[in-house]
Ligand binder design. Structure first.
Ligand code: GTP
Ligand code: SPV
Ligand code: MN
Length: 601
């Protein structure tokens, strides 16, 4: 099939990939409805996709991945820069030539008997000065259909690239044999190239997402003066109509999609507050003409965690999945052909198909403690479906950022919210994010690990240089820099229960954050930052749940725990980062010294 572009750089690379992988057929994805319909029909006929109930879920499809292929594989993810130092201590590294010599034979003839789909896509609105183009070649229709939702896909993406530019990210994907022992997710930041093999799951294969929009883009941002972050973007509209934009970085499966789409408590909606979603996972940010930081969401859809999503916890996410969505590894109600997952409702279907494909009695199955949906099962949903999608979603210039938030899952130590003293301290706070691990990546769940800026698996270069880039951006932004906060929705009591209601009630914390940015509320200065006065977190309507005693616990700064926290941070900087080739800026060590001195006073 003829190429969709005159760009010789694209055509030369695609020709090389065809010669290497030897597909029977090459299909350029123009993005037309006819083409996508034909691909859907083909995937349905082979069983790759399953049709959901078209009355209740029009346009929705289902896909099941191999049971060994259900999450990102961090131990098999590599950053291949010329030097090991370039990748730094938070990444697996291999010399680029050595890696390619290992991968090349694996790709040799891998698409024989298959079709290669060539997917042009734009990360960011077409025509946005912040957008970037990628081309992914893949042997998976599932990838094509997901990329259609997650990106601006098709011939139109080439408009941004033009006929001569070489500034596009090359992505080579083959599901090959889905062999977990030969699975590799490899980024070559210095040559704008991604290679993924032996997976057919989400973030491993939708190369525009984590591989490009975070790993490659963070490296590009460092060199080009912008930032690529694992952050949601939301707008809080106040009763007077003014909208303040906030970004927030939480590790995988720690609440970004939920916060991005929150519905404020009645107390707020009655006054006219409203939350608008710009993005739920990734933000690309650059200083604008007025010197403020502007953010776009490079994605065009949501690849959201299904379990736990329900009409109460996240009405807007659920509504987004009602048409033209793809469900991956959730359970199916066989009678109705509708999706089901733990936490959707309290009624698991009797005639259920669990995520691995077995037909089970869902009531008995779940009563035994088995899960019908995989804990990292997901929906892929078009952003345009979201009832609270921001009017600025497609704004090519992005939205101005007033506040940035870091957070993670911490059962103790970290209070509900605190504000950093300034950008440099805020950068330290970001570097100090640690969180209990989740099912979003393979490996143990619930183990506390360092996850700086929620970017540990996604920083495409040396983490120390990444921190230095944060500090540089702060200098460029000066007094126009967003204010930096930290939140923790996951504090627990002695019995292991969350003590903060979370979800929509997180609006109460956003309210305090905005007031701090506007300078309309006071705070308590503590050794770790500014903490709210208990009376300044509005608890109207939840007084029974969040009593004054609970609020004290939520806002408590336990000096002994914090001394231990700082000691651990020094160990982390020294042993995990510096001793392993990370270049930690002195300014961050100075922050450690200052916090320690304040705690000892
Ligand atoms: P990725 O897509 O992996 O990057 O995840 P995410 O950060 O978007 O996480 P998401 O919003 O999907 O939430 C993941 C899990 O955290 C869900 O099971 C939610 O139920 C839970 N969660 C989200 N917000 C809250 C909250 O405020 N409180 C509590 N207790 N749980 C929450
Ligand atoms: C995450 O793990 O942070 C995700 C899902 O958003 S994935 O696209 O698989 O990386
Ligand atoms: Mn994510």
């Amino acid at each position: 099939m003829a190429s969709l572009t005159k760009n010789p750089n694209v055509n030369k690379w695609v020709d090389e990939m065809v010669a290497l992988t030897q597909p029977d057929k090459v299909v350029w994805i123009d993005g037309s409805d006819e083409q996508l319909k034909a691909l859907r029909d083909e995937a349905l006929s082979t069983g790759e996709m399953i049709l959901m109930n078209q009355d209740e879920y029009p346009g929705c499809l289902y896909h099941r991945t191999a049971p060994n292929d259900v999450a990102r594989v961090e131990d098999r993810t590599f950053i291949c820069t010329k030097t090991k130092e370039g990748a730094g201590p938070t990444n697996n590294w291999m010399d680029p030539d050595e890696m390619w010599n290992m991968l090349k034979p694996m790709y040799d003839g891998v698409m024989k008997g298959r079709t290669m789909y060539v997917i042009p896509y734009s990360m960011g609105p077409i025509g946005s000065p912040l957008a970037k183009v990628g081309v992914e070649v893949t042997d998976s229709i599932y990838v094509v259909l997901n990329m259609d939702i997650m990106t601006r896909m098709g011939a139109k993406a080439f408009e941004n690239l033009g006929d001569t530019s070489d500034d596009f990210v090359r992505g080579l994907h083959s599901k090959a044999d889905v062999d977990p022992e030969k699975r590799y997710i490899v980024q070559f930041p210095e040559s704008n190239t991604i290679c993924s093999i032996n997976s057919a799951y989400g973030g491993n294969v939708l190369l525009g997402k984590k591989c490009f929009a975070l790993r490659i883009a963070s490296f590009q941002g460092k060199n080009e003066g912008w930032m690529a972050e694992h952050m949601l973007i939301l707008g809080v509209q106040k009763p007077d109509g003014d909208v303040k934009y906030i970004t927030a970085a939480f590790p995988s499966a720690c609440g970004k999609t939920n916060l991005a789409m929150l519905i404020p408590p009645k107390f707020y909606t009655e006054q006219g507050y409203k939350v608008w979603t710009v993005g739920d996972d990734i933000a690309w940010m650059k200083p604008g003409k007025d010197g403020r930081l502007y953010a776009i969401n490079p994605e065009n859809g949501f690849f959201g965690v299904a379990p736990g999503t329900n009409a109460k916890s996240n009405y807007n996410a659920l509504a987004s999945t009602k048409k033209n969505a793809i469900f991956t590894n959730v359970a199916i109600n066989k009678d109705t052909m509708t999706p089901w997952w733990e936490g959707l409702d309290k009624n698991p279907p009797v005639n259920a198909i669990e995520w691995k494909g077995a037909e089970v009695n869902g009531v008995e199955y779940t009563a035994k403690g088995e899960k019908l949906a995989h804990p990292n099962s997901r929906f892929t949903a078009p952003a345009e479906n979201c009832p609270c999608i921001s009017s600025e979603f497609n704004n090519p210039e992005g939205v101005p950022v007033t506040a940035m938030i870091f957070g993670g899952r911490r059962e103790k130590t970290t209070p509900l919210v605190y504000q950093s003293f300034d950008w440099v301290h805020g950068t330290y706070v970001g570097s100090a994010v640690s969180s209990e691990t989740t099912a979003a990546a393979t490996g143990a769940v619930g183990v506390l690990r360092h996850d700086p800026m929620a970017m540990k698996p996604f920083i495409g270069y040396n983490v120390g240089d990444y921190w230095a880039h944060w500090l540089e951006m702060g200098e460029i932004l000066g007094d126009k820099a967003p204010k930096i906060f930290n939140v923790n929705w996951f504090k627990k009591d002695e019995n292991g229960n969350f003590i903060w209601p979370g979800f929509g009630d997180n609006m109460r914390v956003l309210d305090w954050i905005i007031k701090r940015c506007e300078g309309t509320v006071d705070a308590v200065e503590t050794p770790i930052g500014f903490v709210p006065k208990p009376e300044d977190i509005n608890v109207t309507g939840i007084e029974d749940e969040v009593t004054p005693e609970i609020m004290d616990k939520l806002l408590d700064i336990d000096v002994d725990l914090w001394k231990a926290e700082i000691k651990e941070m020094r160990r982390y900087y020294d042993e995990d980062i510096k001793a392993k080739g990370g270049h930690i800026p002195q300014a961050l060590y100075d922050q450690l010294d200052k916090i320690e001195a304040r705690l000892n006073k």
